[in-house]
Design a protein around this ligand. Structure first.
Ligand code: NAD
Length: 308
C-alpha cells in the first residue's frame, strides 16, 4: 500500500484521532486547526493517543490553515458542522486539482457544503461510529469497536476512495465503501437528534435519560419522527436497528454527555442546525410533521441564545 498525503481540517477529538492513527500507519498527515492551545500542545509534546491499543505519543505536524502548503490526496473535514464553510474557505488553497474531500461529520448537509469547494466527483461523505474525546489539548482518548462507511456523493466507484478506506482500515479504523452510507448517516442522525437534543435540554447524561421511562419513550418517539423523514427521502432506513442502537446507548452509555450537552455547558454553539434544524426543514419539504424534533430544535436554540 502506498502512503497517502492526508490533511485533516479540524484537529479536535476526531481529527486528532484519525490523523494520529493514519500517521502512525505511515501516511503523510498534516493536522490543520485554529485552536492555539491544541496547536501549542501538539507542537510541544506531540499528540497523545490512548485507545484499546495502548497509550503513545506521536510527532506530527499541526498548522494553521494559512501556514499549510500541501495539496493532499485527501482533505478530511472534521470541524464541527457550523465551522465547515469558514474552515474550507480559509483552506481553499490546499484543494488542488487532484485533492479529494471527505466529511465524516455528524448531521445532514455536509456534502452540499463541500460541493461549494470542489466538484462532486471528488467528494465523499460517510458515517463513523468511532468515539473520540479530547480530554486536554493534545490528548485524545477513544475505545471500543467501530465502523466507518463512506461513499462518493455522486455514488460512483472510485479507486481513490477505495484506497482511503484501506488506509483507514489498516490504521485501526475499520472502514468500508458502502453504497448505503447515506442510510447509515440518516440512522445516526435519528440517534443524534433523539439523544443529543434530549440530553441537552434535560441536562441529563445518556444513562440519566435512560433511567426515566419518559426519557426512553421520548427518545424513541423523536427517532421515529426522523426515520419517517428519511423514508420520505426514499431511504431504506431500519427502524429496528436504530431503536436497538438507542436502547443500547440508554442502557450502556451511562455517564456519557452527548456533545450537544457538553457544548451548552461550555457555552459553545451546538450542531443543532445540522441535526434537528436540517430534519425539520426536510420534514417541511415532504409535508411531514415532526412535532417533538421541532420543539427540541426550538428549545436548544433558546438555550444557545441564553448563553450569549
Ligand atoms: P471538536 O470540537 O473536538 O473538534 C473540532 C476542531 O475543529 C477543533 O479543534 C476546532 O479548533 C477546529 N476548528 C474550528 N474552526 C476551524 C477552522 N476554521 N479551521 C480549522 N479548524 C477549525 O469536535 P469533534 O468531537 O472532533 O467533532 C468533529 C465532527 O465529528 C462533528 O461533526 C461531530 O459531530 C462528529 N463526530 C464526533 C464524534 C466524537 O466522538 N467526538 C463521533 C462521530 C462524529
Amino acid at each position: 500500500m502506498s502512503a497517502l498525503r492526508i490533511s485533516i481540517l479540524g484537529a479536535g477529538a476526531m481529527g486528532s484521532l484519525f490523523g494520529g492513527l493514519l500517521a502512525e500507519a505511515g501516511h503523510a498527515v498534516e493536522l490543520i486547526d485554529v485552536n492555539p492551545a491544541q496547536i501549542a500542545a501538539v507542537r510541544e509534546h506531540g499528540l497523545l493517543i490512548r485507545n484499546d491499543a495502548g497509550e503513545r505519543r506521536l510527532k506530527l505536524p499541526i498548522l494553521r490553515p494559512e501556514e499549510a502548503r500541501t495539496q493532499p490526496d485527501w482533505l478530511i473535514v472534521f470541524t464541527k458542522a457550523m465551522h465547515t464553510q469558514g474552515a474550507l474557505a480559509a483552506a481553499r488553497h490546499l484543494i488542488g486539482p487532484q485533492t479529494r474531500l471527505l466529511s465524516l461529520q455528524n448531521g445532514l448537509g455536509n456534502a452540499e457544503k463541500l460541493m461549494a469547494f470542489a466538484d462532486a466527483s471528488r467528494i465523499a461523505i460517510g458515517m463513523t461510529t468511532v468515539p473520540a474525546d479530547l480530554v486536554a489539548p493534545g490528548e485524545v482518548h477513544s475505545h471500543g469497536q467501530s465502523k466507518t462507511r463512506v461513499v462518493m456523493v455522486n455514488g460512483g466507484e472510485n479507486a481513490a476512495l477505495a484506497a482511503l478506506a484501506v488506509a483507514l482500515d489498516t490504521a485501526g479504523l475499520p472502514c468500508a465503501v458502502d453504497p448505503d452510507a447515506v442510510v447509515a448517516i440518516w440512522e445516526k442522525v435519528a440517534f443524534n437528534v433523539a439523544l443529543n437534543s434530549l440530553c441537552a435540554v434535560t441536562q441529563r447524561t445518556v444513562g440519566g435519560l435512560g433511567a426515566a421511562a419518559e426519557g426512553r419513550e421520548l427518545a424513541h418517539a423523536v427517532a421515529g419522527e426522523v426515520l419517517a423523514v428519511a423514508q420520505a427521502e426514499g431511504l431504506a432506513v431500519s427502524p429496528e436497528r436504530t431503536h436497538a442502537t438507542i436502547d443500547h446507548a440508554l442502557d450502556h452509555h451511562g455517564e456519557h454527555k452527548p456533545s450537544m450537552l457538553q457544548d451548552l455547558l461550555a457555552k459553545r454553539p451546538t450542531e443543532i442546525e445540522t441535526l434537528n434544524g436540517a430534519v425539520v426543514r426536510a420534514a417541511e419539504a415532504h409535508g411531514i410533521e415532526v412535532p417533538r424534533a421541532t420543539m427540541l430544535y426550538a428549545l436548544v436554540k433558546m438555550a444557545e441564545q441564553d448563553m450569549r
